[in-house]
Structure formats: C-alpha cells, structure tokens
Design a protein around this ligand. Structure first.
Ligand code: PHE
Length: 447
C-alpha cells in the first residue's frame, strides 16, 4: 500500500460528472462527436494489476508497474493509471460497436501547474465484426470504408507524412491484412480529426483568446508506441506557437480482443487527458483549479452557453522555499516510502510512451549511489503536507561529494494558494513539517 488518504479522498469527487464543471462540459463536447458510441462514465477506479497492465500486454518489468509511479492498495490491486484498464472488460461485454470511457485516473508524478496525481482521461474504441462481413458477402475493408464516408468532412490542413504501416517503427499485426488496417486507420484518423477540430474551433471562438488564435488550425499525425496497439499514432495540434500532443491511438492488439472472447472483432482505440483539453479550451492556468469548490471558479462554467475563456480571479503571491539534503548512503537498510520497494532503478515513465494524456517529463535516472531515492516520493510528501497549497516542486541543484560520493539534492518548493494569500507563519510551518517528513520517510539528512 502506497496510497495516501489525500488520494483516496479524490475518488468520490467524480468531477467529470459534476454539473457545469469544465471537465463535464469537455467530456460532453467530445461525446457529441461520437454519436452511437456507448458512454461509460461510472466505472470504479480500483482495478487489478491484470486489468491495468497484464490484459494490455505490458511486460512484467514495465516501469509503469513500479510503486514509484503507481498507487497500489495491495500487491494485485491499484488505482487505475489509465482508462485502458477497462478495455478488455468492455470488449468482452460486447454491447456496442463503439464505446467511450471517461474516468478519474491516478499516477504518482511531478508537481507543477499541469500535473496532479488524480486526473481524468477519456478513452474510445470502434470495432467491426469479420464474421458479420462474411455473412453480408463483403470484405471487412469495404464495410469500414463505407463507414468512413459517414464521418463529417473538414477542410483543416492535416500533415500525415508517414506510411500507415512501417515494418520496424509501426508494424502490422500478424492476423491483420494491410488492406484492413488502411481502412481502420482512415476511420480512426477521420473520426479523431473531426473531434479535435471541433474542440479547437470552440477554443478559438471563446471570447478573449489571444491573437495567435487567428492563425488557421493545423494538425498532424505522428508515429507512436503503446503496448496495446499497433500500428500507433499521436495527434498533435498547432496551438499558440507550438505542436501540442492531444491524444494517443492505434489499431487494437488482436490478443486483447481474442482474450476478451471476441476474436472476430478488429478495430481502433484512442485515449486523451481531459484536463489538458479543458485547460486550453478555457485557458485555465493551473490544474489544481479543477478541484476547487470556490464559486469564483465554478460559477464561470455553464453547460448551457458557449465556451467562455476563464477569467483568473486571483494572483495571490507565491513564496519559494528551498530544502537541501544528503541522500541515504548506499546499502542503508532502513526503508523510506519508496525504499526497497521498487525492484529496479529505472527512471519513472508513464504507463506508455505517450505524454499526450498526462504531460509527464521523466526526471533523470537516480545515480547508482542512491538506490532507493525516487523523486516522486518527495512529491508525495509535499502533497501530503501542503495539499493544494503547493504549486510547483523542482529540483534546482544536484551535487555529488567528490570524496564521499554522497549525493546532495536541493528542491525548490513554490507555495501558493489559488484562493487567498498565505501568511509567512503558515508557509514556514508547512516547510518545517515537509523537512521533518523527508527525514522520517526517506531517511535523508538535511543540510
Ligand atoms: N492509455 C494510453 C495512455 O494513458 C492512451 C491510449 C489509449 C493509447 C488507447 C492508445 C489507445 O497514455
């Protein structure tokens, strides 16, 4: 068990179902572009490691399984790290040709304005039945191409320079034909382009959007990798001067469908992070705001009217404080939060190569002299002590003693409330408590 009560407290919030919440509005806007897809918005967040990893073909040594990255309730039970945890079960239920799943997901991660350990994803999939095609005397590709024609057309410039299939980088699965995959890929791309163009056009017409929005919309497909799709792609959007990843997608791994007792079905799946989309749709500057009960935040969103840019109600002052410490010496037996738990020293990563859904930047791998230290343990302690009063935690200095080989780290904690001005006393107390807990849990030595 490495799940603090502050994380468990997020479970009953169900922000993606809260009326007039920006995540609800974003979810509904996306759902409106997938008519006929069955929406599942109520799936329970506690899942087995089989659901979250094994059923999707994650290798047993995948970094996403580490205790440093994932919240465990016991050895075989986790808080889902992505909505894909429900793919196998949803395919098995076989209730509809297309489905969407929106849900809260949980990852141990960095602290900054676009990362929060609880966030929301939306996942979707569309499959076709080979047996049904045979019955109709048609090829599967023919049926899929007819469905591609039903997707609304657009005139946005799409860059898509890579071949659908690439033997090394983006291979065809053994049981699929190139003809089928070309058709499925076309359906995937047209469907997701339609959805993303709808969202970004809504964001552009939101009042008060900066000037750069007058640039015409541009999107592009790039090759990607996920353990549970092949070939795979990410969709990026040119937004305020840079390419922004908005979703991951691909042709569903056939073993997932075979194991879900629907071996005749083939299709595509995608996943995206709802906060990331909502933040740019409304220009929301800090991910903590989604969890706010402050009416100055909540009153600005309505399911009824058009999307209106969020007007920040506070610029309360920030307060930086540094904490420096020596890491535990090598081979020390005592356990901290992550001590002895992670079986490897690999750097953290998301559960996939995809950062579109969560914007994860992996920190540098721990040095060999520090076998048990993981930055996410510092993040966790900062969350526990400060709750939403911490805006950002950053490594500002790292240094190895030339003689002893001991390593020293310095983190800068940025304290700021979104709702009021923090007093000096208050931040001093938080910082003092943080220092104590670092020693207690991680066995570090303060400098
Ligand atoms: N589950 C992936 C993630 O969390 C996203 C994804 C879903 C990619 C479905 C492909 C297909 O990053």
């Amino acid at each position: 068990m490495n799940t603090p009560s502050s994380i468990l407290d997020a479970i009953p919030r169900r922000l993606h179902l809260q009326p007039d919440h920006p995540l609800t509005i974003t979810r509904k806007l996306i759902e409106s572009r997938f008519p006929g897809y069955k929406a599942h918005n109520d799936l329970f967040p506690i899942v087995s490691t089989v659901q979250n990893f094994d059923s999707l073909g994650f290798p047993t040594d995948h970094v996403g399984r580490n205790r440093t990255d994932t919240y465990y309730l016991n050895k075989e039970t986790v808080l889902r790290t992505h909505t894909s945890a429900h793919q196998a079960d949803t395919f098995r239920a076989n209730e509809s040709e297309g489905y969407l799943i929106s849900a809260d997901v949980y990852r141990r991660d960095a602290i900054d304005r676009s990362h929060y350990p609880a966030f929301h994803q939306m996942e979707g999939a569309r499959t076709w039945d080979r047996a049904q095609a045979a019955k109709e005397g048609k090829s599967l590709a023919e049926i899929i191409w007819a469905d591609v024609e039903k997707i609304p057309k657009h005139n946005v410039v799409v860059e898509d320079p890579n071949p659908t299939i690439h033997a090394e980088r983006n291979p065809l699965q053994a049981t699929h034909s190139a003809e089928e995959v070309e058709a499925i890929a076309a359906h995937l791309k047209r469907s997701l382009e339609d959805m993303v163009i709808t969202i970004f056009n809504a964001a552009k017409s939101a009042t008060g959007t900066p000037d750069t929005s007058s640039e015409p919309l541009k999107i592009r497909w790039v090759e990607a990798y996920f353990p549970f799709t092949s070939p795979s792609w990410e969709l990026e959007v040119w937004w305020q001067g840079e390419w922004l990843e908005v979703l991951g997608s691909g042709i569903v791994s056939q073993p997932i469908l075979n194991n879900a007792s629907v071996p005749d079905r083939v299709g595509w799946a995608f996943g995206l992070g709802l906060e990331r989309i909502a933040m740019l749709l409304y220009s929301i500057p800090d991910i903590r705001l989604f969890w706010s009960n402050d009416s100055r935040f909540l009153s600005q969103f309505s399911e009824a009217g058009p999307i209106k840019t969020f007007v920040p109600f506070s610029k309360y002052p920030a307060c930086f404080k540094d904490v420096s410490f020596w890491l535990q010496a090598k081979k020390s037996a005592a356990g901290g939060a992550g001590a002895g738990a992670s079986s490897s020293n690999q750097p953290p990563a998301t559960t996939s190569s995809d950062s579109a859904t969560s914007t994860i930047v992996p920190p540098a791998a721990p040095a060999p002299t520090t076998p048990f230290f993981h930055e996410n343990d510092v993040m966790e302690i900062a969350r526990e002590v400060c709750g939403d009063l911490v805006e950002d935690v950053r490594l500002v200095d790292e240094f190895e003693h030339p003689k002893t080989g001991r390593k020293s780290m310095c983190y800068r904690i940025n304290y700021r409330s979104l709702e009021r001005t923090l007093t000096n006393e208050e931040t001093n107390e938080l910082h003092e408590r943080l220092r104590e807990l670092l020693v207690e849990r991680l066995g570090v030595e303060l400098r």
